[in-house]
Structures are given as C-alpha cells and as structure tokens.
Design a protein around this ligand. Structure first.
Ligand SMILES: Nc1nc2c(c(=O)[nH]1)N[C@H]1C(S)=C(S)[C@@H](COP(=O)(O)O)O[C@H]1N2
Ligand SMILES: [Mo]
Length: 387
C-alpha cells in the first residue's frame, strides 16, 4: 500500500482551502486506513469468476484490498476495447478541428502550458457488476489537466457546431452492414455537455504522469459520466453538427429493457451515459469479537447508506467524515457486534441527496434489463463468521 500522508499534490490542492477543510480531508483519508494491529479482513465467499477477457479488462479492483479513498495507480483498473496503444508523447499531437473557426494542433507541452485544474473523480465502467467476472471496474483518483471548455473556446466553435466527438488512437476492425472497416475508439457528447467546467483533458493521475493503461499521454475526464465517456489515448477532437453513431454510441453501451406486459411488451433502447447511484460492501473486518462492514457509495451525491444483514432491518451506516464531493465515492462503515458464527448475506443501498434510492434487484429498472450495462441494483455479498 501507498503511505497515507498527504502527497505534495494534495497539499497543493488543499493550499487554497481553509485549514478546517484540510483537517476534514485529512481525517477522511485516515478513515479509509490500512488495518490496525490485530485486524483481519474476511474474504467474501462469493468471488468473481475468472476474467475470460484479460485483453479487454485489466487490473480489476480487489474489494478486500481497498484501504485508501484514493485508489493507487497500480491498483486502478483499465479497459481497452481494441488495443493498448503505447504512444510516443514526444511525437504526439492533439488536433481540434471540424466546425471551428480556429483549428488547433497542440503538443503535450502546449497543453501543459495552459490552465491547470485538478479534480478527484470516481470512474466506474458501466459494465461493472453486470457480468459474473467483473466487479472491480471502479477506482477513485485525483486527475489533473486543462479544462476542455477553454480549448473549445480557443478553437471558436462555429454556430452550427452542436456535438463534440472524441477519437482515441486505438483502433480495430468493425463490420457494419456487411462492410468491414477500421475504426478508432470514439464517443461524442453535446457541445453543452462538453463545455461543463469540470471536464478535463487530463495528463496526470494521482500526482504521476498519466499511466499508459489509463490513457497516456492525454485522456478526457468527464465527471458525472460512466467510464465509457472518458476517452483515453486522445488524438483528435472534432466538432460536428450531428451525433456520432458508432459502436460505442449506438450498438454497444445501449441498455435494452423489456417493459409493458407479457401480451404487449414494450422494448426500449437507451444510450449509456451519465453515472447512476450505486453502492457496494467492500469488506468485513474482524478485530477479536468485534466486526465491522466497510463499503463505498457513488454515482450521485450521497446522502446516506443502509446495510441489511440477511433479511434483517436496514441499518444506517456511518459515512466517513470529510468533504462531500459530487464526483467521488463516499466510504462508510457499520459496526457489527458479536455476530454468531455462520454464513451471512450483506446487502447495501445508497440514497442520494435528492432522496432517490438505489434500486433493488427486483426493481423493474434492473429486472427488465436485458443488457449488462448500468447494473446499479443493490449488491449482496456473502461472508462466513468463523466459530
Ligand atoms: N480510447 C479508449 N478510451 C476508452 C476506452 C477504450 O477502449 N478506448 N474504454 C472506456 C471504458 S469502457 C472505460 S470503463 C474507461 C476506463 O478507464 P480506465 O481504463 O482508465 O480505468 O475508459 C474508457 N475510455
Ligand atoms: Mo466501461
């Protein structure tokens, strides 16, 4: 594990804040701390299946190992649909063109010379917990880069420009209506969405140069969105007057539901985009006869988290003290006094600041879903309390 003293970077961030905020931030890090003397983690009985697609999903988070609010880079998951490009940052340039008055071509040094902004954001793959081998597609990092909005302003988007299309350097073959073609990974969002001041063109992760796995030399960081929107290995940003309709906008990352009735089913297909309210038990910790359940909640600003053991009552967990951030997971704890030995099922549900409750597995939003993306239903994990 990394040590938990504040990094120089975090101190720089905190430098602008008040001392009180800083103390809160500090205590929040302290809350998600390594085990104390005599404490042991009980491994979950239900473990994810072996990953059949290691070339796509890399380095999943191991929930039992989560002991810091910031996920260290070497524990951060990575996704690549086509390939894992290794880009020579010295030769690399970012093009911003299409429906703009002033097309730009920028080196990494050009981008680093522009306004620097930092943001802590929890990124989750929309497929996470939707497949039996995939529950570690999430991590929380401090990202640094330059605001996307400033570069779009610099490029002077023409008035007919309405959509911002992000292209990665990674490419692969797709067959569309019987025509094989080579396509780059790409996603788009509306100009209004792209102009959100929190969006970053990011070159740094947790105070280190952005790792190759996570999109070096430059990636989009789009807080409030699922992972899919955060295009890595960025090469080109084009302004269009229409939506992108490629594999990642129109075929995959489309949630299909069957609603209506048996006699008259109504099918819907909707684009996966903004993140959804979610929580998960992370681990059960034993210290002598004392146990506690730790976990995380994310996807929306969190008001509270409830935990249920077997079919017992929902009990309110204690949120880790500190800044409530719109874009990061919140850690929580529930004390579990003297459970009798045996097997238990632990379920959690998050409530956001608007009072929305994370859906149960039998909620139609989850139960009607045919596809695996956006699986934000309540998660149950099983643990054995030893005799
Ligand atoms: N260029 C590119 N960007 C990409 C992807 C990709 O395959 N290629 N995968 C996306 C998906 S599905 C997710 S969940 C996030 C994961 O970000 P990470 O690999 O840094 O964890 O990257 C997104 N950005
Ligand atoms: Mo993803």
């Amino acid at each position: 594990m990394q040590n938990h003293t504040l990094s120089r970077r975090e101190l720089l961030v905190a430098g602008g804040a008040t001392l009180a905020t800083m103390a809160l931030f500090n205590s929040r890090l302290a809350q998600a701390a390594p085990l104390r003397q005599g404490e042991v983690v009980l491994p979950w009985l239900d473990q994810p299946e072996e990953n059949p697609v290691p070339e796509v999903i890399d380095n999943q988070l191991v929930w039992e190992d989560v002991d810091s609010w910031i996920t260290p880079n070497d524990q951060f998951f990575g996704i690549a649909h086509y390939e894992w490009p290794e880009i020579n940052a010295g030769q690399w340039q970012l093009a911003i063109d299409g429906l703009v008055e002033n097309p730009l071509s920028l080196t990494l040094a050009d981008i680093k010379a522009r306004t620097r902004q930092e943001l802590t954001y929890t990124i989750e793959c929309s497929g996470n917990t939707g497949l039996p081998f995939f529950d570690g597609g999430i991590g929380n990092a401090s990202w640094a880069g330059t605001p996307l909005a400033l570069l779009l302003e610099e490029a002077e988007v023409l008035k007919e420009g309405s959509e911002v299309v992000f292209f990665g350097a990674d490419k692969g073959e797709e067959t569309v209506r019987d025509t094989p073609m080579v396509q780059h990974f790409a996603r788009s969002m509306s100009l209004a969405e792209a102009m959100h001041p929190a969006n970053l063109l990011c070159y740094e992760m947790n105070g280190e140069p952005l790792p190759a796995r996570n999109g070096a030399p430059l990636r989009l960081i789009a807080p409030g969105w699922y992972g899919i929107a955060n295009v890595k290995w960025l090469e080109r940003i084009e302004i269009w007057d229409t939506r992108l309709a490629n594999r990642f906008m129109a075929r995959d990352y489309v949630t299909v539901r069957q609603g209506g009735s048996e006699a008259e089913p109504v099918w819907t297909e909707s684009l996966v985009g903004r993140s959804l309210l979610k929580s998960a038990p992370a681990r059960v910790i034993r210290n002598g006869d004392e146990y506690r359940i730790e976990g995380a909640a994310w996807g929306a600003p969190i008001r509270s988290v409830d935990v249920r053991i077997d079919d017992g009552p929902w009990r309110r967990a204690e949120l880790a003290p500190g800044q409530q951030s719109e874009y990061t997971w919140s850690f929580w704890t529930l004390a579990w006094a003297n459970p009798t030995p045996g097997e238990y099922a632990i379920t959690t549900r998050a409530v956001d600041t608007d009072g929305q409750v994370q859906p149960a597995q039998d909620d139609p939003r989850i139960a009607n879903k045919i596809t695996y993306w956006e699986s934000n239903g309540q998660i149950t994990r099983r643990v054995n309390i030893p005799a």
